[in-house]
Design a protein around this ligand. Structure first.
Ligand code: AMP
Ligand code: ZN
Length: 494
């Protein structure tokens, strides 16, 4: 598989340190608020990558941290801990909000079919390991103590800007952020490994350390959690593109200084989801969440489908129109799969199966081209082969894409069957009105309300109260409901 590597800036063949095994690390969420759908774009693409690596036969061990301490509001090691800010906002303790938003994050992942990594480590559970690592860095001369904090000395490295193709000055944190510089640093790019400085004296969570009571810097957590769980040689490290600098750059600096040898060979970064007005940010009040998508009537998997429709290395602009198109396309895809015969017991057409599968793997092997992989799904539907073969292919691809294609189409098939049975019963003349919903994901509440109104309208018509019947029809139209009257049936869609 060719996969773009931020470290080499080329599409490298993905090779692991130990054949057949892949050690994969993912930067986890900072749990001071709900994840926004931009964060979740990154987790969706990482999920697809992990599932595809497994699909190719690799035995993947994946680890993720939960940032519940140390991530400050500024990359320049200034500002306050985001967790503390969140706790203050909600009048709760840091650990209370950490638990709440960790659970909320996993609930969102569940709705988006994002598999939770087998190893998940909250930063606060690893304080001893961070201290152990910082101690070694101080002993090796890579870290110094100044103004009460322990800093990593970036001047000790030959190549600090591993991810930069910009001039060093452009990347220097103080310049980039336009914030006050930390006077205690020897070099502008040095970063904090352990804070004890009184500047952050209202920090809620503090631990004893050889350098005084304090708390860890943000970067050390990912290095230590990865090293302790995945060993000295990491195959793949993932995150959103904003993590490349300074977070991942600093992780590399401290991990390699600690180990004394190269650490991670492949770096995978997902570009951002933006809105038309710009960057999406958790710290800026209003932002888009999975719950909001649901409130607006979108199945979260429609968002997953939306994300898979574009390449992870292109930034993606979110819009409700884009979501509507994704919803229509997803529902159509599911409806087409529902039209296949699940009871087709003919033998598998091995040749066609292999040919169509290779279109899917070629797309995924080509730097995780999920948009092309979706095209391979449509190729299956168009192919001249048995329904048995088509369904087997779709099931196979969906182990990676996780769009619930077969489950959703089975549901549609059941609904169609029930609607057809009801229609024929009413045509048989039992006089009952049959109401058929043609929008499967309309939501139970809306379905009940619309059905009630349709029955009221029928009753009004029967009583020759046409004004009342028209008023109900107008009300339904205002709700976006389209009606199609038939003999003994009313079909509706929204
Ligand atoms: P955070 O919870 O802020 O630590 O971020 C969690 C993950 O989301 C990290 O991998 C970030 O790089 C990523 N991320 C942040 N903003 C966006 C965005 N707008 N689009 C895609 N990924 C993002
Ligand atoms: Zn990280």
């Amino acid at each position: 598989m060719k996969l773009y590597n931020t470290l080499t800036r080329t599409r490298d063949e993905f090779v692991t340190h130990e054949p057949g095994k892949c050690r994969m690390y993912t930067c986890g969420p900072t749990v001071y608020h709900f994840a926004h759908i931009g964060n979740l774009r990154t987790y969706i693409m990482e999920d697809v990558l992990e599932k595809y690596l497994r699909y190719t036969g690799l035995d993947v061990t994946r680890c993720m941290n939960i940032t519940d301490v140390g991530h400050l509001t500024s990359d320049a090691d200034t500002g306050e801990d985001k967790m503390l800010k969140g706790a203050r906002r909600e009048h709760k303790t840091v650990m209370e909000i950490a638990q709440f938003y960790t659970d909320a994050f996993f609930a969102d992942c569940g709705k988006l079919n994002i598999k939770i990594p087998e190893i998940v480590v909250p930063a606060t559970s690893y304080i001893e390991k961070f201290i152990q690592m910082v101690t070694v860095l101080v002993e090796k001369g890579y870290a110094y103590i100044s103004g009460g904090n322990v800093y990593f000395d970036t001047a000790k490295l030959d190549n600090y800007y591993v991810f930069g193709n910009q001039e060093a000055e452009d990347l220097a944190v103080g310049v980039r952020e336009g914030v006050e510089e930390d006077e205690a640093k020897r070099n502008k790019t040095d970063f904090v490994l352990w804070f004890t400085k009184s500047k952050f004296e209202d920090q809620e969570l503090k631990w004893d350390s050889p350098w005084g009571v304090g708390y860890p810097g943000w970067h050390i957590e990912c290095s230590a959690i990865s090293l302790w769980n995945l060993g000295e040689y990491l195959d793949l490290h993932c995150g959103g593109i904003d993590n490349a600098f300074p977070h991942h750059t600093n992780e590399i600096a401290q991990s390699e200084a600690y180990l004394g040898h190269p650490w991670c060979t492949h770096w995978f970064h997902v570009l951002h989801l933006n809105t038309a007005s710009g960057k999406m940010s958790k710290s800026s009040g209003e932002f888009l969440t999975v719950s909001l998508l649901e409130e607006k009537g979108y199945d979260p998997l429609v968002y997953r489908f939306f994300c898979l429709g574009s390449h992870y290395r292109k930034s993606l602009v979110f819009s409700w129109e884009g979501m509507d198109s994704a919803k229509t396309a997803y529902n159509k895809l599911v409806a087409r799969i529902a039209a296949l015969n699940p009871d087709d017991a003919s033998p598998l057409d091995e040749e066609t199966f292999a040919a169509l599968k290779s279109r899917f793997t070629e797309a995924m092997d080509n730097d995780l081209n999920t948009a092309l992989a979706l095209t391979a799904l449509y190729d299956v539907l168009k192919a001249k082969t048995s329904d048995r073969t088509k369904l087997a292919l779709l099931a196979d691809f969906d182990t990676v894409l996780s769009l619930n294609l077969l489950e959703a189409s089975a549901k549609v098939r059941e609904q169609n069957k029930a609607a057809a049975a009801a229609k024929s019963a009413s045509q048989a003349g039992n006089g009952e009105l049959t109401v058929v919903c043609l929008t499967p994901d309309a939501g139970e509440e809306l379905k009940a309300e619309v059905e009630g109104l349709i029955r009221e309208r029928a009753a009004a018509k029967k009583a020759k109260d046409f004004a009342a019947a028209d008023a109900i029809r107008d009300k339904l139209a205002a709700m976006g409901v389209t009606l199609k009257d038939g003999k003994g049936t009313v079909e509706w869609s929204v």
